[in-house]
Design a protein around this ligand. Structure first.
Ligand SMILES: Cc1cc2nc3c(=O)[nH]c(=O)nc-3n(C[C@H](O)[C@H](O)[C@H](O)COP(=O)(O)OP(=O)(O)OC[C@H]3O[C@@H](n4cnc5c(N)ncnc54)[C@H](O)[C@@H]3O)c2cc1C
Length: 310
């Protein structure tokens, strides 16, 4: 090669903003991690879930959580999946539980079944009304997640995790009211919050500042979702109030038929997101796995998490 950059180019490079490097990895303790799965609908999806669980289990997560379908629609499948985790693995399961559309007694009964089966960790949520309908508390039920947390504390000595919204829950009257609600959930007995998915680290870090200023001391663990299918993710984010950066749309533009490149883009962008959070002192991460292990496994490795010795 004989050509060299023109003077203009070099001047532009030499005078550009200098970005501080991420801290060195040497000596840094790996973060704590946890994984979210959803209960499978078919035998084929169940096999996929179990191979996912087996692969991610080697990373020694603090806990693995299993979602509860909208309106409690997967109650039995969630229960069966959580129970199989208890019976067949050394993992610590956390069962998601919602209060929408059920009496407090019915919810308490589900919780009692979990406790009796050895499930001691609940992710306590309000849940949503069926699509397009406004949420109305069940007349005999827990109205909001804070009420559910208080109810669970009466059932047994559960570890309880709740949801947090860096970009404010879509039905909250204001960001301040939503933060007050998070504080109520923690004051009622939850010991950790997991955040709604987000892609803009600045939003999450400012949310931590606001939470701390509001007197919240419990960890608010970032919920991380590697995106390979932009259209699907954008639809989900629109429904839950997560903003999708323009750069993300642009990165996936024209890749609809190129899954391999989409997966590489997902790995690179998510790795960048988690490394920057880690550089900002975050030492606990929760991954929305969508029951697929490979990307999450690679990203956990990038964070410094290694398979545990058997
Ligand atoms: C980590 C995570 C996991 C999730 N897992 C599931 C799952 O497994 N199954 C599922 O169906 N959904 C799940 N969801 C979605 C969740 O159910 C919805 O976001 C739901 O709309 C709110 O649940 P919440 O527990 O945050 O509700 P809450 O904390 O009860 O808040 C809901 C809304 O009500 C407002 N509010 C609270 N208290 C009051 C009050 N007293 N008066 C007026 N307004 C009030 C809040 O500000 C907020 O806008 C999950 C969400 C997250 C972030």
């Amino acid at each position: 090669m004989t050509h060299s950059p023109t003077r203009d180019t070099l001047e532009r490079w030499a005078s550009g903003t200098r970005v501080a490097p991420l801290p060195a990895r040497e000596g840094a303790a790996p973060p704590a991690i946890s994984f979210e799965f959803f209960p499978p609908k078919t035998p084929a999806l169940e096999a996929q879930l179990w191979s996912c669980i087996e692969r991610l289990a080697t990373l020694g997560p603090n806990f693995v959580s299993v979602t509860y379908g909208a309106g409690g629609s997967t109650q039995e499948r969630t229960h069966a999946t959580v129970l199989r985790i208890v019976q067949e693995t050394n993992l610590t399961p956390a069962a998601h539980l919602t209060c929408v559309g059920a009496t407090a007694e019915a919810v308490d009964e589900v919780a009692r079944r979990y406790w009796a089966a050895g499930v001691k960790h609940i992710v306590a949520l309000r849940g949503d009304a069926p699509s397009g309908e406004a949420y109305v508390p069940h007349p005999g039920g827990y109205a909001y997640a804070a009420d559910l947390v208080a109810g669970l504390r009466r059932v047994a000595d559960f570890e309880i995790t709740v949801a947090a919204y860096p970009e404010t829950h879509p039905q909250a009257v204001s960001p301040e009211a939503d933060l007050d609600n998070l504080k109520r959930k923690l004051d009622a007995g939850a010991t950790r919050a997991i955040s709604q998915v987000f892609f803009d680290n600045g939003i999450f870090l400012r949310f931590l500042d606001r939470a701390l200023a509001a007197g919240i001391k419990a960890p608010i663990v970032p919920g991380i979702m590697p995106v390979t299918n932009f259209a699907q993710a954008a639809k989900f984010c629109a429904s839950c109030g997560t903003s999708v950066p323009k750069w993300m749309e642009s990165l996936f533009d024209g890749l609809d038929d190129d899954i391999e490149t989409r997966r590489m883009v997902a790995a690179a962008t998510t790795a960048e997101q988690v490394r920057i959070l880690q550089a900002n002192g975050i030492d606990e991460f929760h991954f929305y796995t969508l029951n697929r292990p490979d990307l999450v496994y690679a990203i956990a490795r990038i964070l410094g998490v290694k398979p545990q010795a058997a």
